[in-house]
Write a new protein. Structure first.
Length: 270
């Protein structure tokens, strides 16, 4: 029982973010690519259109997010379903800004970079950590998912800026972002860049990398792509995600020990 004038201790649960391993990065990239592919599939191939697709997928994400927030522990299938849906909704937000509201990718990049930075600032000011090893209260998890949403929207905008506004082309843009992620990892290993900082920088840059990879696969050859289209890559990415998640679940590769602020693993490997 809490007396008047006291602040209740936030309810803690098992850490709800996965361990950052090579599987984490593979599924992150696949989920981003799958979201990109299925967005095009729903809007164009199925014919729902941008507005209806946005309404439907935002509603689905909201429902699944409620289940995720109510869960007491990390559930790999549920977690990655949320990530994939956020990828789709993030892509749709970017498409609406560009196609419906005529916001340039450059402007969207500035706006969502500011929103992401603001989220991190408020999150850190309140919780004193941005570590994935500390997603163990409802408040921290809310900040976490908001940051992830902003990284997806920002990634889509940055990918468009690099591939189209800067005329790099999809292949060159993928190479540039891959090198940037590799440089961040090198800075973490050899120059002392903080692990948590390196993780969020790499995670943010992984999204434009994958967005441009998706465009490279789906766009016609006369637009600089490979002309494969959207259904096949999306299905391949989804099948790969399901296989990896099934493996992680079966082999118990995501154990989540009870976590408190006193055990915050800020140096968790990324």
């Amino acid at each position: 029982m809490t007396s008047y004038g006291e602040h209740p201790t936030p309810r803690r649960h098992l850490n709800k973010a996965p361990e950052v391993t090579i599987s984490f990065w593979i599924v992150t990239i696949l989920a981003t690519a799958a979201g990109q592919s299925f967005t095009g599939l729903l809007v164009n191939t199925v014919g729902l259109g941008l507005t209806r697709t946005t309404m439907v997928m935002t509603t689905v994400l909201g429902g699944v997010m409620v289940v995720q927030l109510r869960a007491e522990r990390h559930v790999p299938a549920l977690y990655w379903l949320v990530v994939t849906l956020i990828s789709i909704v993030g892509t749709l937000i970017g498409a609406n800004l560009t196609d419906t509201f005529d916001v340039s990718p450059g402007t969207a990049t500035i706006v969502f970079a500011a929103l992401l930075a603001g989220t991190f600032a408020v999150w850190y000011a309140k919780e004193r950590t941005l570590s994935l090893g500390a997603i163990d209260t409802p408040g921290r998890e809310a900040f976490y998912w908001l940051a992830i949403l902003f990284t997806f929207v920002l990634g889509a905008a940055v990918g468009d800026v690099a591939a189209e506004a800067l005329n790099l082309g999809y292949g060159a843009a993928v190479t540039v972002f891959a090198l940037a992620v590799a440089a961040i990892e090198a800075a973490r290993r050899f120059l002392g860049l903080a692990t948590v900082t390196a993780f969020w920088l790499a995670y943010t840059l992984a999204h434009p990398l994958t967005a441009d990879l998706g465009d490279l696969l789906s766009q016609p050859t006369d637009a600089g792509g490979l002309g494969i289209g959207t259904p096949l890559p999306g299905l391949v990415f989804l099948a790969a995600i399901v296989a990896i998640i099934a493996h992680l679940t079966a082999s118990r590769r995501n154990p989540q020990p009870h976590h408190t602020a006193a055990h915050d693993p800020e140096d968790r490997s990324s």
